[in-house]
Design a protein around this ligand. Structure first.
Ligand SMILES: Cc1cc2nc3c(=O)[nH]c(=O)nc-3n(C[C@H](O)[C@H](O)[C@H](O)COP(=O)(O)OP(=O)(O)OC[C@H]3O[C@@H](n4cnc5c(N)ncnc54)[C@H](O)[C@@H]3O)c2cc1C
Ligand code: FES
Length: 281
């Protein structure tokens, strides 16, 4: 049989992908699983794409699926305005336009062979999830060492990917801590801010571990401070920024911090790299 030739994927042109499933996460966040089996969209954990509903504008979103899941593209999207409103009205069977992938993802080569501490807050778990599932995949797991995941949200109702957190909890090759800022009558788990829970419960050798952090800016700020108090060096702390973006391609200048374009040089940076930037992020 003649080999099937696939056309090279063009990152500048949008491709339409059908929505296979819509997973409600919280009151204002939904995860969209797209069927990307047609075409050759390939990406690294931590990269993002511009997503649109035909007839409306587009916006950048982290790819939350792992590249190890073939033929699948997932985005977790919070409803905040015009584009995300249109996205939230879409249902399984509708199509999304996707162009990308863009940006510099997580430094997978530097993380290989190291124990990894993931710290996520709110919808900030979305970009981390791509790398977490990459590391946990049967193809890649043996290339990485111990894994600890600390995930927090404001309330139990704000925890995303609860359907997957329970799967991670069952695994013997990782440790999962979840916490909320404010519990309720039904919540039997931990209550406390992410940086405090981290300092109280996690003790690791900071010369060996790498920390990967994503969440609201205030959480990132205090988590990085806590990691430094634990002895982590700035080069071993990695985070991903969500600046305002338009083109995603380094052309429009919307996302710059001083001379840096976050859409091209980021969105993933080490804290050492961020420390060299003007304080605008
Ligand atoms: C690299 C990158 C990855 C992202 N990943 C995700 C993701 O995985 N899931 C997700 O839900 N969102 C993500 N975002 C944010 C997302 O792009 C914005 O929420 C979206 O552009 C809002 O579009 P809108 O037209 O619905 O809202 P708009 O009408 O443009 O704005 C509505 C409100 O959202 C605020 N807003 C707009 N853009 C941003 C932004 N970039 N950061 C913070 N607030 C913003 C505005 O100030 C306004 O208050 C990401 C952004 C970037 C740059
Ligand atoms: S979003 Fe246009 S230059 Fe970065």
């Amino acid at each position: 049989m003649a080999p099937v030739m696939r056309e090279a994927h063009n990152i500048y042109l949008p491709t339409l992908y059908p929505i296979e499933e819509v997973i409600p996460e919280t009151g204002d966040i939904k995860t969209y699983r797209l069927n990307a089996s047609q075409g050759s969209f390939s990406y690294q954990p931590g990269q993002f794409a511009e997503v649109f509903v035909p007839g409306t504008g587009e916006a950048p979103f982290s790819i939350t699926s792992s590249p190890t899941q073939e033929g699948v593209l997932e985005f977790s999207i919070k409803r905040t305005g015009c584009v995300t409103d249109a996205i939230h009205r879409a249902n399984a069977g509708d199509v999304f336009g996707v162009r990308g992938p863009y940006g510099r993802g997580f430094p997978v080569e530097d993380l290989r062979g190291r124990p990894l501490l993931f710290v996520g807050g709110g919808i900030g778990l979305a970009p981390l999830r791509s790398l977490i599932n990459y590391v946990l995949s049967s193809q890649k797991r043996k290339e990485f060492k111990d894994v600890i995941i600390l995930y927090g949200a404001r309330t139990p109702q704000d925890l995303v990917f609860q359907w997957e957190l329970s799967k991670w909890e069952e695994r013997s090759d990782l440790e999962l801590f979840t916490t909320v800022d404010r519990g309720d009558e039904e919540w039997k788990g931990r209550v406390g801010l992410v940086p405090n829970v981290m300092k109280e419960n996690i003790s690791v050798d900071p010369t060996q571990w790498k920390a990967i952090v994503c969440g609201p800016p205030i959480m990132i700020k205090f988590t990085i401070k806590a990691l430094q108090e634990m002895g982590f060096q700035p080069a071993d702390i990695i985070t991903t920024l969500e600046m305002r973006m338009k083109c995603g391609l380094g052309k429009c200048g919307r996302c710059n911090i001083g001379p840096y374009y976050v859409c091209k040089e980021g969105p993933v940076f080490t804290f050492e790299e961020l420390s060299r930037m003007p304080e605008e992020y």
